[in-house]
Design a protein around this ligand. Structure first.
Ligand SMILES: Cc1ncc(COP(=O)(O)O)c(C=O)c1O
Length: 386
C-alpha cells in the first residue's frame, strides 16, 4: 500500500456499513444486546462481548492498516497480549527480547508461569544467534522493534524466516512505530499487537489494545479467546480510537521529524553522553530500520552527563511532562530507572543497559523551538555547580 493510499484509508476507511442512516461519523452503538428476529436464524449481532458494530469498524480498520485480514480490539494492550498468550499451552515456550515491555514480562514471569507457559530471553537483534535458540517446545518469538527505552532494532523478516523454519510463530508488538511506519505482517510476522493507548489513539485519553492476524484458522481460535476472556474494547472507546486514527499520519510525521531534530541536537550537546534513536545514521539499528520501516518514530533516549543532576533536570522541565506513558500529542519525559523499569532489580537493569542516568523522551506535536528551549532550560538548570 502506498503512503497516499494509507493516508486515505486513515481518513475514509472507518465506515459503518450496518448504519442505515449512512452517518458519516461512525455511530457509537452503546448496547450490550440486540433484539433478535426469527428463532433459529443467526442475527448479525447478539451480545457485545462477541461483537459490537462500533468495535467491528475499528477491528476492520486496524486489519486494513496493517495489511492483514482479521482485527481484534481489546480494553488495553495488556488485555490483547494476554489473549495472545492463550493461544499456547502448558509446556510451550516463548522467546522474548532483552528489554521487553515490563508489563508483558511480568505477565509471563509472575502469572503465566503458574500455567506452565515458559519463556526465555534471547537477543532478537542478533538474528544469527537465533538459529540455535529454538527447542522442540518453542512455539513463538515475541518481538518489539524498536525496543523501549534503548531503541534496539530487530530484523522482522530475518527473525520471521528463522522462526518459521523452526515451526514457531512471530508476534510483533508494533506499538512504537504503528502501521504508518512499519507493517510487520508484510515482513513475515504472524500476529501484530498494539498498545493502542499510545500513538494509535494519540491523545492520552483511551486505554486500548489491538491485534491483527492473517491466518484464518489462527484468527478463528483467537476470536473464540477474545469472546471467552472478554477483555473487549467498549463502544465509546472504540469510537475515540477511530477518531484518533484519522490524524495518525499528521501526528507521526510531525513527532518523528521533531524527534530526529532533537536527537541530532542532543548529539552535539555536552549534557547528553549517548543518544539512542534509530533514525540517526550512526545508530547501530539504522541500516535495518531504514530497510524495514519508513520512519523511526518519536521515542528517543539519552544518557545525562554526570555533571548534571538528574532530579533537577526533570524538575526543570516546563513543557515536556514527566509521565509514564508515550505516544500522545503532549511530549513526555520518563526516567526509566525510577518509573517504567523501577520494578526490575538494579543489577538486571544495568545488564539490560538501563542506567540511572537514562532519560527517555516521547516527542509530541509542540513546536520544535519550544521543545528544544525546554530541554536547554532543563540542562542549564540542572548543571552541578562545584
Ligand atoms: C510496547 C508495549 N506493549 C504493550 C503495552 C501495554 O499496553 P497498555 O498499557 O495499553 O495495556 C505497553 C504499555 O506501555 C507497551 O509499551
Amino acid at each position: 500500500m502506498t503512503k497516499e493510499e494509507f493516508e486515505t484509508l486513515l481518513v475514509h476507511g472507518a465506515r459503518c456499513d450496518d448504519d442505515k442512516l449512512a452517518a458519516l461519523t461512525v455511530p457509537i452503538y452503546q448496547t450490550t444486546t440486540y433484539r433478535q428476529g426469527e428463532l433459529g436464524v443467526e442475527p448479525p449481532y447478539d451480545y457485545s462481548r462477541s461483537a459490537n458494530p462500533t468495535r467491528r469498524v475499528l477491528e476492520r480498520q486496524i486489519a486494513a492498516l496493517e495489511e492483514g485480514k482479521h482485527g481484534f480490539a481489546f480494553s488495553s494492550g495488556m488485555a490483547a497480549i494476554t489473549a495472545i498468550f492463550f493461544l499456547f499451552e502448558s509446556g510451550d515456550e516463548i522467546l522474548i527480547p532483552k528489554d521487553l515491555y515490563g508489563g508483558t514480562f511480568r505477565l509471563l514471569d509472575v502469572h503465566l508461569k503458574n500455567f506452565g507457559l515458559a519463556w526465555r530471553i534471547i537477543d532478537t537483534t542478533d538474528a544469527e544467534s537465533l538459529n540455535g535458540a529454538f527447542t522442540a517446545r518453542t512455539r513463538a518469538v515475541l518481538l518489539e522493534t524498536p525496543t523501549n527505552p534503548l531503541l534496539r532494532v530487530s530484523d522482522i523478516a530475518e527473525v520471521s524466516a528463522i522462526a518459521h523454519r523452526n515451526g514457531a510463530l512471530v508476534i510483533a508488538d508494533n506499538t512504537f512505530l504503528t502501521p504508518y511506519f512499519q507493517r510487520p505482517l508484510t515482513l513475515g510476522a504472524d500476529i501484530v499487537v498494539h498498545s493502542a493507548t499510545k500513538y494509535l489513539s494519540g491523545h492520552n485519553d483511551v486505554l486500548s489494545g489491538l491485534a491483527v492476524i492473517n491466518d484464518d484458522e489462527l484468527a478463528e481460535s483467537f476470536l473464540m479467546i477474545q469472546k471467552s476472556t472478554g477483555g473487549v474494547l467498549a463502544p465509546f472507546d472504540s469510537y475515540l480510537l477511530i477518531r484518533g486514527l484519522k490524524t495518525l499520519a499528521l501526528r507521526m510525521d510531525r513527532e518523528a521529524e521533531s524527534a530526529l531534530s532533537i536527537a541530532r541536537w542532543l548529539l552535539s550537546h555536552e549534557g547528553a553522553d549517548r543518544v539512542y534513536y534509530p533514525g540517526l545514521d550512526r545508530d547501530p539499528g539504522n541500516p535495518i530500520q531504514s530497510r524495514q520501516a519508513s520512519g523511526s518514530g518519536a521515542l528517543l533516549s539519552f544518557e545525562l552527563n554526570g555533571r548534571y543532576d538528574i532530579k533537577a533536570f526533570f524538575a526543570a522541565l516546563r513543557v515536556i511532562t514527566p509521565a509514564e506513558s508515550l505516544g500522545s500529542v503532549e511530549s513526555m519525559a520518563c526516567h526509566p530507572a525510577t518509573m517504567s523499569h523501577a520494578a526490575i532489580p538494579p543489577e538486571m537493569r544495568a545488564e539490560m543497559g538501563i542506567s540511572d542516568r537514562l532519560v527517555r523522551l516521547a516527542i509530541g506535536i509542540e513546536s520544535i523551538e519550544t521543545l528544544k528551549g525546554d530541554l536547554a532550560h532543563a540542562f542549564d538548570s540542572s548543571m552541578k555547580r562545584s
